[in-house]
Design a protein. Structure first.
Length: 223
């Protein structure tokens, strides 16, 4: 699927971009053989092209508005969704321990590998392909993020409120996980001052927490 999107690239770089640090650690390989360096570079590649496309999409928006939208578009939650959509999660090379601990479903692992892939293909000269990929798979979320930013940023909004109110933070608890193993649904409650202020479900723990925070914000009439 990756080659269908980006075409041929530097095979060595692509393999590195798919290799999780747990694999190199377990096999006593060099840290240069896992995705961390490429992820560092790919993060900048992602932000560059996302910024360019947002700049063109919103010609009258100020810097603050563009930064706000971009911060969500390049978040682990969005990147992980995109990575799963293109089947990248199935191609990551994990250490045995990380595999057993559910690392293939961990948002941070999937998102980091996607950033590394972008770095690998940028160095392979596939800049047009990268821009087209971001336009098709990531920028499509921009309109919804722009209209419903609170939904995507509810955890930060809620925490700012609670800390400003009495210098405390809300707590998030997974009350149950339902659905089949390959497609779990996380059910989360958010509590503050010893009472439940929001409940929601999501395809990942992070997504469920974000939605629960949004419900809490509405309950507290913050948004």
């Amino acid at each position: 699927m990756i080659k269908d999107i980006f075409g041929e690239g530097d095979e060595k770089l692509i393999k590195i971009a798919l290799t999780h640090p747990s694999y190199t650690k377990e096999n006593n390989f060099s840290d240069l053989e896992n995705y961390e360096r490429l992820e560092f570079f790919g993060d900048s590649v992602l932000k560059l092209f996302t910024s360019k496309l947002l700049y063109e999409l919103y010609p009258t928006s100020a810097e603050g508005e563009l930064s706000k939208i971009r911060s969500i578009l390049v978040s682990d939650a969005i990147l992980a969704q995109v990575a799963v959509q293109i089947g990248l999660d199935k191609q990551i090379i994990l250490g045995a321990s990380e595999e057993k601990q559910g690392g293939r479903k961990r948002e941070s692992n999937i998102a980091c590998s996607l950033e590394a892939i972008l770095g690998a293909y940028y160095l392979s000269g596939k800049r047009d392909e990268i821009e087209n990929f971001i336009k098709e798979y990531i920028i499509k979320y921009a309109e919804d993020v722009d209209k419903h930013f609170e939904k995507y940023n509810a955890k930060d909004i809620l925490q700012q409120y609670t800390q400003g109110y009495n210098k405390t933070r809300p707590d998030y608890n997974v009350v149950s996980v339902t659905g089949p193993a390959h497609k779990p649904l996380f059910n989360v409650e958010v509590t503050w001052e010893n009472k439940v202020i929001g409940r929601a479900s999501g395809k990942s723990k992070k997504e469920a927490e974000q939605f629960a925070a949004f419900e809490a914000c509405k309950f507290l009439k913050i948004i």
